[in-house]
Design a binder for this molecule. Structure first.
Ligand code: NAD
Ligand code: GLY
Length: 352
């Protein structure tokens, strides 16, 4: 089993091993005090994995209650959150008990936020089941719900007690959802590790699973390093936003209906790197390698929307300040920096 220790304000481990789901009861009992827990999941994941997880928890002596909500980003909202609060109250969950997030980033984000706020906070465990959740959202403590006017606008930093990552769960994902997560894996390689980038590039969407444990481990290690240096997102953590400022603008320009998050981030990484090549801040060979790997995971390099439509939306990104933007630029594969630019300079940079 691979173990990654995260030394955040509250330390915890990320455990990675194929088949780990069936051992979650024992693993959870090692990090929680009481034997009462609520599993929160969505309907898709419930149908495939709840039984295995709950059997393992019960075998380890837990009393388990389960809350299931409809899958999809639309459920990451205050209505679902209120239903979770009501369910926890009705079932007598106390501060000494714990929540278990079983699912992708939607389940992890809303369960984490419920854990941060119900009874002013109780502990929670992440059992991520999408690639994106395994390499990104389950680690680092960002939790949130969406508002009708924007994504992730209400949230809290709340670190989990433990992250249990079973790569075998990825086998039941559609290739499109794997590709979406792979955009974030490519991002980690671009900002911090040419070795990880080359490992990802040595595969494609057809055979990505052959080295999946190493890919996950490498991504989580990078996220761990970044989070340990800047848990509350005031500096270095912004590097994780590579491709995201434009990516969020793409998602928003198309009303979150045409491009998934990973597809939008892939195009965002290409677009900003293409401009960095023009400004002399990145070499052309790195751009060509980035484009090849994006394409081999069936992700897009561009979108039809013009920069004149995307750039105003970039200023709405949470990582922006009132008159400037923190652009993340890769100078070569594995090396990145934050370039703080007034909006007008960013516009000129993008439209060059
Ligand atoms: P998701 O949670 O919606 O999961 C995608 C789909 O896959 C859903 O339909 C789900 O039911 C299904 N699914 C999940 N696991 C499955 C499995 N093993 N087999 C079959 N189907 C499965 O989406 P996601 O991409 O995992 O997460 C996206 C969310 O994560 C967004 O809300 C985003 O804002 C958030 N996010 C949070 C952070 C963070 O740091 N907290 C980072 C990145 C993204
Ligand atoms: N997913 C970006 C972050 O955790 O900061």
């Amino acid at each position: 089993m691979k173990k990654i220790a995260v030394k955040a304000s509250k330390p915890y481990e990320v455990l990675i091993e194929q088949g780990l789901l069936s051992e979650c009861g024992r693993l959870v009992s090692e990090v929680t005090k009481t034997k009462f827990t609520a599993v929160i999941t969505d309907d898709n994941v419930d149908a495939i994995y709840s039984e295995r997880v709950i059997s393992s928890l019960e075998a380890a002596g837990f009393r388990v209650v389960k809350f299931v909500f409809p899958h999809g980003e639309k459920s990451k909202c205050s209505d679902t959150l209120n239903s979770i609060y009501g369910f926890l109250a009705e079932n007598g969950i106390t501060r000494a008990d714990s929540l278990i997030a079983l699912g992708g980033g939607v389940v992890g984000d809303i369960t984490g936020y419920a854990a941060a706020t119900f009874l002013r906070g109780l502990s929670f465990i992440q059992i991520p089941t999408t690639l994106l959740a395994q390499i990104d959202s389950s680690v680092g403590g960002k939790t949130a719900i969406d508002l009708p006017c924007g994504k992730n606008l209400v949230g809290a930093f709340k670190q989990p007690e433990l992250v249990i990552c079973d790569p075998l769960t990825l086998k039941t994902l559609s290739p499109e959802i794997v590709s979406d997560g792979m955009a974030e894996a490519i991002k980690y390689g671009m900002i911090r590790s040419s070795e990880l980038f080359e490992l990802i590039a040595s595969h494609s969407i057809e055979d990505y699973f052959d080295d999946i444990d190493d890919i996950i481990c490498s991504c989580v290690s990078i996220k761990r390093d970044v989070v340990e240096n800047d848990e509350f997102d005031r500096g270095e953590r912004m590097l994780l936003n590579f491709g995201h400022t434009l990516g969020h603008a793409v998602e928003s320009y198309y009303n979150y209906e045409t491009y998934t998050h990973g597809n939008a981030v892939a195009a965002g990484m290409h677009m900003i790197t293409e401009q960095a090549v023009k400004s002399g801040e990145c070499d052309r060979e790195s751009l060509e390698k980035l484009d090849a790997v994006i394409t081999s995971y069936r992700l897009p390099l561009t979108v039809d929307a013009p920069y004149s439509g995307l750039i105003p939306l970039c200023s709405k990104d949470k990582k922006c300040e009132s008159t400037s933007i923190n652009a993340i630029i890769c100078s070569s594969i594995g090396t990145s920096f934050i370039k703080k630019m007034p909006f007008e300079d960013f516009r000129a940079f993008m439209e060059a």
